[in-house]
Ligand binder design. Structure first.
Ligand code: TTP
Ligand code: MN
Ligand code: MN
Ligand code: MN
Length: 370
């Protein structure tokens, strides 16, 4: 009675940055199915369809309640023929035949398994699948396969890092990184970003911004923090990327997956975390520690707000960029916001400043789970 079709969809924007999306998902039955389809298209490098299913899922996550009938879909954005057909089937039969078929598909299952390893993407999974490899033991037994350092760590710590990280573990890690940064400079700034800053209960890693108000100092801060973690004996893996950030090269006009700030992808040893078994038999019971993935990024302080907004992540951030370009003639990325009409950079000290420049209502991080 309370939910006429109108209240469900009257104001839904096609852009995630104009929607509020909490961690409560009322349409999980549809979005789980869409994620399987999106993944399958991703594995087969059919990017357009993958994106279509991800955008549709993101839109459904923002709805205040479940979609209950075909009629309710008509005015919702981001839904095409294929997505609607899948939803219709789920409404009628409780599941999608196409999704069921994929879940039992050998190629999908193998890609899913292989890409669950840290350092293995669809390209590597495809290479291994073509060679007839189907399991971890197939890979590890094949002497002709060369694993890079990241993949070696991925297999070594597989059991631990494929287990979700809890909020409590994220807090412990925060204290560790905070201690390490403060030992170097008391002025160090540490901010939680990524999924945990959006209020998620669990994550696949923990993301932090580590920087300092002293401009230029942030470049050497990160290597020093890493060194501190190493001296504590808790650095299990480190992939460090020095800064390639250059204000003179802004704005960056083509999309790049990675930003240019100094950053590192780590695996840390977290003490006091109980662990069940892992792939590696050494990761057995009775251990008082677990391995956990941590990402650190160090933007210079005058670009802090852009880095924070970018690293807070989810589809929300991607749609912010898309909205900036399509609706405002602006270029937004993790480094800066550039107004192409005025030919100038728009400075920002806070995320709120960036929303204001874009003429968007401010949306809290916990409402950005798009
Ligand atoms: P993730 O840690 O991959 O995702 P998440 O924190 O949202 O979810 P999970 O709980 O599974 O960890 O990425 C966080 C954000 O970091 C994501 O929006 C992408 C962003 N990021 C950049 O902006 N630049 C980069 O160079 C990298 C590596 C990540
Ligand atoms: Mn994360
Ligand atoms: Mn690298
Ligand atoms: Mn991350």
């Amino acid at each position: 009675a309370e939910g006429s079709t109108h209240t469900l969809m009257a104001t839904v924007s096609q852009y995630a940055c104009q929607r509020r999306t909490t961690t409560e998902n009322n349409n999980k039955i549809f979005t789980d199915a869409f994620e399987v389809l999106a993944e399958s298209y991703e594995f087969n490098e059919i990017e357009g369809r993958c994106l279509a299913f991800r955008r549709a899922a993101s839109m459904l996550k923002s709805l205040p309640r479940a979609v209950r009938c075909l009629g309710e879909m008509q005015d919702l954005p981001c839904l095409g023929e294929h997505t609607k057909a899948v939803m219709e089937e789920i409404l009628q039969c409780g599941c999608s035949f196409e999704v069921k078929k994929l879940l039992s598909d050998e190629r999908y299952q193998t890609f899913k398994l292989f890409t669950s390893v840290f350092g293995v993407g669809p390209k590597t999974a495809d290479k291994w699948h073509r060679r007839g490899l189907r399991s971890f033991s197939d890979i590890l037994a094949d002497r002709s396969i060369h694993l890079n350092r990241m993949q070696q760590s991925g297999f070594l710590h597989y059991g631990d890092i494929s287990r979700a990280v809890s909020k409590a573990e994220a807090r412990s890690l925060r204290n560790i990184i905070d201690g390490a940064a403060r030992a170097i400079t008391p002025a160090a700034i540490l901010a939680l970003t990524g999924g945990f800053s959006r209020g998620k209960e669990f994550g696949h890693d923990v993301d932090f911004i580590v920087t300092t108000p002293e401009l230029g100092r942030e470049e050497s801060l990160l290597p020093e923090v890493i060194d501190g973690l190493k001296k504590q004996g808790i650095l299990l893996y480190c992939d460090y990327h020095a800064s390639t950030f250059d204000v003179a090269k802004l704005p960056i006009r083509r999309f790049e997956a990675m930003d240019h700030f100094a950053k590192c992808f780590l695996i840390l040893r977290l003490e006091g975390s109980r662990v069940e078994g892992g792939l590696n038999s050494a990761e057995g019971d009775g251990r008082g520690w677990r391995a956990v993935r941590v990402d650190l990024v160090s933007p210079p302080m005058d670009h802090y707000a852009f880095a924070l907004l970018g690293w807070t992540g989810s589809r929300f951030e991607r749609d912010l960029r898309r909205f900036a370009g399509a609706k405002r003639g602006m270029l937004l990325d993790n480094h800066a916001l550039y107004d192409k009409t005025k030919n100038e950079f728009l400075a920002a000290e806070t995320e709120k400043d960036i929303f204001a420049h874009l003429g968007l209502e401010y949306i809290e991080p916990w409402q950005r789970n798009a």
